[in-house]
Design a protein around this ligand. Sequence first.
Ligand code: NOJ
Length: 545
Amino acid sequence: MHEANSSGQWWREGVLYQVYVPSFQDGNADGFGDLWGVEQRLDHIATLGVTAVWLSPVYGSPLLDFGYDVSDHTRIGEVFGDLAVFDRVVKGAHDRGLRVVLDYVPQHTSSEHPWFRDALSGRDSAHRDYYIWHDPSPDGGPPNNWASAFGGPAWTLHERTGQYYYHAHLPEQPSLNWRNPEVKRSMFDVMRFWLDRGVDGFRVDAVWRLIKDARLRDNPADDGGDSFEIGGAAAHTTVRQVQKYTADQPELPGLLAEMHAVTDEYDDRMLMGELHLKLERVAALGSRGLDLAMNFSLIDAPWNGLDLADLIRRYYAALPAGSQPNWVLSNHDRSRLASRIGPERVPGALALLLTLKGTPTLYYGDELGLPDVHVDSAHARDCAELRAPGLGLGRDPQRMPMPWSGTAAHAGFTAGDAEPWLPIASWAPSLSVERQETDPRSVLTQVKELLALRRELAALRRGAITVLSSDPEYLVHLRGDGDASVLVVVNLTDRRRSVPFPGSRTTRWSSHSAVGERDFLDGVVDLAPFEARLLTVGSPVTAAG
Ligand code: NOJ
């Protein structure tokens, strides 16, 4: 048993690293990332100093949503590898002390899945009720107004059997009927298949949509004022409606508890769920069957001290006792951090992510400070872009292949002649892992330093948190108590700022100067534009020497 298995609930002090497999590393020279590539790059992930790697879906799939359309739950898609390389990735990760979290997609299957093919064969087919079917409305249209996350109606008519089926996403992603006990049984067995192969947990896709209103009531229009969802899939559609009857139904917590009971059959496995709901609701679901109810609020936060402090305080206040906080700064569905808030703010944002109380999720490429890549219409691949071209709803820009090398062709992402599946920007090699590894102030170096401090300083992993500031231009928070506490100060502006803080401290880390420089500060810290610092209690090195 690998070392990390000896501690219970590893995710409570862990850091997750999200690998979007198609874009991480191509290992078979076809221009598309895969598990052979992940295997090659496990050392990068381990060297970063994270705890777990979360892999986007690698199952059999026609790839209309690049793996989020599963046609075979217990096979690895040919384009991603096979079970042999999957097992090697799990073992290689475990040997390095890393956990492996798999994306699990229970809300829908691909329309190519044998269950759905069978469901199409007739109203009496064995798997018909695995999906959500309904007769047309009296005018022949869809049964109600429910909209797809990718735009347009969420119902498609199957002419031969004369009924509509529901799909929260693409028509090629029919939603499963979780009111059917057979669906539960089959999908729980899918979990067991991968748990038996040694995975340490699941990121549960679209879990907030898992169960829908049994009466199929119409969703209300979104007046824009008090949106039910924050960001996420809501950002990829032109249709705005409140997901009142298609998400977060009263049956959801019970269902999550049943799902968790499956992971409880095994030691120390984790369930984290994708939930695009209001912050207070996300917080509440964290204690109801999910170990981590994913908190995306930083992605949409206005990047100023007042809004950030308010949202951080609100989140902690809403969390039920004992439930684990967590923070997501970026993912494969949203514009990259550097493009959202500007490259100069990235170190401060990463310092925030890695020092807030809770489990952080780091999106591949954010450790390099990558911005979005421009993808012209000829190269567009994402279904959200292809369905509504030019509206800025597509997700290709945040999925640029990882630049590993400053000199190799295709920045080292793929070794063959095949073009990478998405374009690699001309600036990418200058931000590559190879270039940043040797730069003492690169984003990569800073992320490694911050992760090393998290491992070293218990206050950053376990300490209580107090947000101390109320100022639009900076953010100050304190982790832990007394002599072991860590103060985190982030200048959010492009100007020098003097920031007051209680007591006296020394700089333990700065985004602007190499580790080792320690200055004694009494009640105020002068920060360079956008600088972030971690300050600990203790004698300055110079005074001691
Ligand atoms: C959420 C995933 O993050 C997104 O990429 C995907 O398109 C939808 N769920 C559908 O599976």
